[in-house]
Ligand binder design. Structure first.
Ligand code: M5T
Ligand code: MG
Length: 242
């Protein structure tokens, strides 16, 4: 199997352990290398839960989640973490230096690779302006950096691992629209061959995706490009107008 980062969900359903009601029902889609797939939907729709199934934070109750054609349940954890990087909805920074935080998934990364990741994540200026640069201390939980800086450092941390698949869970929400746009342009240029799955609330974040999945109550109710959904999806129109 070529390890290019091809993602497929095939009729996936999922309920949290102990819960009866399914959180995800009959989810099917593919995300190809080079593509951006966006997931949008109201709070509680199941967006975070959907992303969690790829790195196996949880396993599907039925159906299959495939990475490069192989069910993730048949892959070693290390094979998944080498290929998939997730930036969680509440990204976490450890107490320690910025450098320590960035190298978390790839201790052997060079300083050049760290700066390259910071540049793409639009965080290089902010780190450069700090007196101790990469050696600057981050407090436990990242409480001494802003929410947007925390998001960008966590995006940089994901970039350092050079994954085939990026999962961004609302990772651009704390950024202003201009920074969001710059970051995603740089990301696209840097990761042209990667598979990108973005959960987003803001239409500007997801409008240029190759495919948008509209999630409602654990189901994909509509899918298409921004232009197609504006024509066909009342749920999408409601989100756009809200
Ligand atoms: C979907 C429940 C949650 C909601 C549904 C993460 C998590 C969620 N849930 C649990 O029971 N346990 C959990 O650990 O699952 O939740 P979601 O996937 O987090 O929804 P979302 O990401 O679309 O929402 P939001 O607010 O991030 O936009 O019933 O209680
Ligand atoms: Mg969520």
């Amino acid at each position: 199997v070529k390890k290019t980062g091809h993602v497929e969900f095939r009729n996936v359903s999922f309920a949290y352990p102990g819960a009866e009601a399914p959180v995800l029902s009959d989810i099917s889609f593919t995300a190809e290398p080079g593509q951006t797939v966006a997931i949008i939907g109201s709070t509680g729709a199941g967006k975070t839960s959907l992303l969690a199934l790829l790195p196996r934070l949880y396993d599907a109750a039925s159906g299959e989640v495939l990475l490069d054609g192989v069910p993730v349940t048949k892959l070693d954890r290390s094979e998944i973490t080498q290929r998939v990087a997730m930036v969680p909805q509440r990204p976490y920074l450890f107490s320690g230096s910025i450098e320590h935080n960035l190298r978390f998934g790839r201790p052997e990364a060079t300083d050049e690779q760290l700066w390259d990741a910071l540049t793409v994540a639009q965080a290089a200026d902010f780190v450069r302006e700090k007196k101790n640069g990469l050696g600057s201390r981050i407090a436990q939980g990242g409480t001494n950096v802003s929410g947007g800086q925390r998001q960008r450092l966590c995006i940089a941390r994901a970039l350092v691992t050079e994954p085939k698949v990026f999962l961004f869970d609302d990772s651009f929400s704390a950024l202003d629209v201009a920074t969001d746009a710059r970051l995603r342009r740089a990301l696209k240029a840097k990761t042209a061959d990667a598979t990108v799955i973005i959960v987003g609330q803001r239409v500007s974040t997801i409008a240029d995706a190759d495919q948008i999945l509209v999630l409602d109550n654990g189901r994909i109710v509509d899918r298409g490009t921004h232009e197609e959904l504006l024509e066909t999806s009342s749920t999408y129109q409601e989100i756009v107008e809200s």
